[in-house]
Design a protein around this ligand. Structure first.
Ligand code: S3P
Length: 452
């Protein structure tokens, strides 16, 4: 039997880091570079398995991919230039790969099969099947799940599609399909803004996306793209992944005497909400303009970035007691990947933390509500589970325990931070195997800044 990852409590976090490139930005840069005419060099490309899957699929579809260290060179095929892959495209564990490629492949004149691992093949795909069929593609699935067989059509029909869930993956899928449509494709998003990397990056590669905001009850946004769209190759540096940074920031905020600087982190406003949320809970987090150590300059891919400094405090207390202790509504889509970490942090905040309106967490790489509840309870925290979230009591004294990553990278990393602030050793089952999905270096980077 393979032992899990053993973690001892930490005294404090101290040091300076730069992190691998943002996963969401990396996927999009690779896909758009593959569709563009010409050669793009993407620097600080994510080291994650998920982003490697995207590159491998694009290679199978005819783009030329070269990788040297953290730089990836993509020679794109130009509009309509992809060719059929003779074999199914394996997206591994990556929801972003399968949903975005579905949008691209819907607009090709050939058939493709997209599949993935057991977790990915159990995740909901009707959310992309429905709009792509409205646009004229034929998509067959196994009861709404992958494998997806996509019979593409070129040109696609432009649609106005109102998303039933607030999902950047769905929005991106439809906008990418819109590049192969004739006319204006619109996506309407309600229930709060989701990450906007696709909109920014389409503009960077030469096809602007028009965004309009309606001041209605649901604060909806409409995104429009005019097809057919022709992308042009461009080089750029990808900023560090804020969703990876969060684990280090949380650990530093929780351990008194910590000082941590993370250089060149992506600060896109639709992702950086977590920093305001952490500050609202009393964490000492500041942001400075960055030069970074990554060669970042300007705003490549139209993505802002900066350096993040965190100092450890002596116990966290919300700035606005009560209000800051509930995360719900439009905030949720902007914090979606950070919620397991915030739940862990919430156990150490005066007044605790409640997360609602977050049932999407149940259909991520694993059911993240159930996994977080089980792990925190194993450590002795007082936790309530709701259909759409969870509530943790504050001021918990976590004790080391046997935890289960359930094959989910973010559960593994959030559990590791919980283990650092607990009393006694913890063991996280499956952690080493699954962090590679987003951040293979996670445990070695963590050890480089932990002091015991
Ligand atoms: C992502 C969007 C989110 C997020 C995922 C990456 C993206 O998923 O959870 O890790 O890159 O677009 P949803 O858009 O389905 O919520």
């Amino acid at each position: 039997m393979i032992d899990g990852m053993r973690i001892q409590p930490a005294r404090r976090i101290h040091g300076r880091l730069s992190l691998p490139g943002d996963k969401s930005i990396s996927h999009r840069a690779a896909i758009m570079a593959a569709l563009a005419s010409g050669r793009s060099v993407l620097r600080n490309y994510a080291t994650s398995d998920d982003c490697a899957r995207t590159l491998a699929c694009l290679g199978q579809l005819g783009a030329a991919i070269g990788r040297e260290g953290s730089s990836v060179a993509v020679t794109g095929v130009g509009a309509g230039g992809l060719r059929a892959s003779g074999v199914p495209l394996d997206c591994g564990n990556s929801g972003t790969t399968i949903r975005m490629l579905a949008g691209v492949l819907a607009g090709q004149e050939f058939a493709s099969v997209l599949t993935g691992d057991d977790s990915l093949r159990s995740r909901p795909m009707r959310r992309v099947i429905e709009p792509l069929e409205l646009m004229g593609a034929k998509v067959s699935s196994r009861d709404g799940c992958a494998p997806l067989e996509i019979k593409g059509r070129r040109p696609l029909l432009p649609v106005s599609y109102e998303m039933p869930v607030a999902s950047a993956q769905v929005k991106s899928c439809v906008l990418l399909a819109g590049l192969s449509a004739e006319g204006r494709t619109r996506v309407i998003e309600r229930g709060g803004p989701t990450r906007d990397h696709t909109e920014r990056m389409l503009g960077w590669f030469g096809v602007p996306v028009e965004t309009s905001h309606q001041e209605d009850e649901q604060q909806s946004n409409t995104f429009s793209v005019d097809g057919p769209g022709h992308l042009h190759a461009r080089d750029g540096v990808i900023p560090g992944d804020i969703s990876s940074a969060v684990f280090f920031i949380a650990a530093a905020a929780l351990l008194p005497g910590s000082e941590l600087e993370i250089k060149g982190v992506g600060l896109n406003p639709t992702r950086a909400q977590v920093l305001s949320t952490l500050r609202g809970l009393g964490a000492r987090v500041t942001v400075n303009d960055a030069t970074g150590d990554l060669g970042l300059q300007g705003e490549d891919f139209h993505e802002p970035f900066g350096d993040i400094h965190t100092s450890g405090g002596d116990g966290l207390a919300p700035l606005e007691a009560g209000r800051s202790n509930v995360l719900s509504g439009a905030l949720i889509a902007q914090l979606i990947d950070e919620l397991p970490m915030l739940a862990v942090l919430g156990t150490q905040v005066a007044g605790g933390l409640s997360i609602r309106d977050a049932s999407e967490l149940r259909v991520k790489e694993t059911d993240r509500i159930s996994a977080t509840v089980a792990n925190l309870r194993a450590m002795g925290a007082e936790v309530e589970e709701y259909a759409d979230g969870l509530g943790v009591a504050g001021g918990a004294r976590l004790r080391g325990a046997l935890l289960d990553a359930r094959g989910d990278h973010r559960i593994a990393m959030a559990s590791a931070v919980a283990a650092l602030v607990a009393e006694g050793e913890s063991e996280i089952k499956g952690a080493e195997e699954c962090v590679g999905v987003s951040f293979p270096e996670f445990f070695s980077v963590l050890e480089s800044v932990v002091e015991r």
